[in-house]
Design a protein around this ligand. Structure first.
Ligand code: DC
Length: 224
């Protein structure tokens, strides 16, 4: 069996997309691109310019004219994100960006600007791309489509841990409430709502664990 050359990974907040994508990329020798950082970068740029994240026309115009560079992930999966010449890698998980990104990513024009860039980045394959709409919209012809899940409580626990490690003090209950709110915005929005693509394999990172999920995907990708 030949190996899948393009692997789409979708799923909600903290379902394990980056962890799985990074491990998988290392195992297969593929590139890993996390598309969430692109929506975050545009949100950062909008806030920096003093735009209201609800202002569709201005945010869309900004997304269309902004230059976004995503470097290949290093050994620990960290890509650098440069938007209009600013390296924003370290500021994409702040509270302000976190609150604005679900609003900004609803807009049709913002999404088409990002999707065009993502398709260009996908290039020749040997690639794992993670997001919310990769299997459904960005790369509908991907060789393998994966949809990761885990309970909201488990995902909130993971996010809370990450935030604490990043030095932020925040209550688990608050993280859970915000995560449920973001899930709602992501799944109910009119444009490219979060859902498993037709033919996607749905894998639960909570019940079988990240390493096991990676093994399962390698099996599905036909790595021999
Ligand atoms: O994966 P993440 O948490 O970094 O994503 C940040 C936001 O961007 C999230 O609210 C959903 C949105 N997003 C999207 O709409 N489409 C993608 N392909 C990736 C992320």
């Amino acid at each position: 069996m030949s190996r899948s050359s393009t692997i789409a990974i979708d799923g909600p907040v903290a379902a394990g997309k980056s962890a799985v994508g990074t491990l998988l990329a290392a195992r297969l020798g593929y590139r890993f691109i996390d598309t969430g950082v692109m929506y975050r970068a545009i949100t950062w740029a909008a806030l920096k310019d003093g735009l209201d994240p609800e202002d569709e026309a201005s945010v869309t115009a900004l997304a269309e004219r902004s230059g976004i560079e995503v470097t290949e992930g290093d050994a620990s999966g960290v890509s650098r994100i440069i938007v209009n010449g600013h390296d924003v890698t370290g500021v994409l998980r702040t509270k302000e960006v976190e609150q604005g990104v679900s609003l900004v990513s609803r807009f049709t024009g913002v999404r088409s600007a990002m999707v065009a860039r993502q398709r260009a980045l996908a290039g020749e394959g040997m690639l794992i791309m993670a997001g919310r709409d990769i299997g459904t919209v960005v790369l509908p012809d991907a060789d393998l489509k994966i949809f990761l899940t885990a309970s909201a409580e488990e995902r909130a626990r993971r996010r809370h841990q990450e935030m604490r490690e990043a030095g932020q003090t925040v209550e688990l209950e608050q993280v859970l409430a915000e995560l449920i709110q973001r899930d709602k915005l992501d799944t109910e929005r009119a444009n490219s709502p979060l859902r498993p693509a037709d033919g996607a394999f749905v894998l639960n990172t909570e019940s079988i664990g990240i390493e096991q999920v990676v093994e399962r995907i390698i099996g599905l990708a036909g790595d021999d």
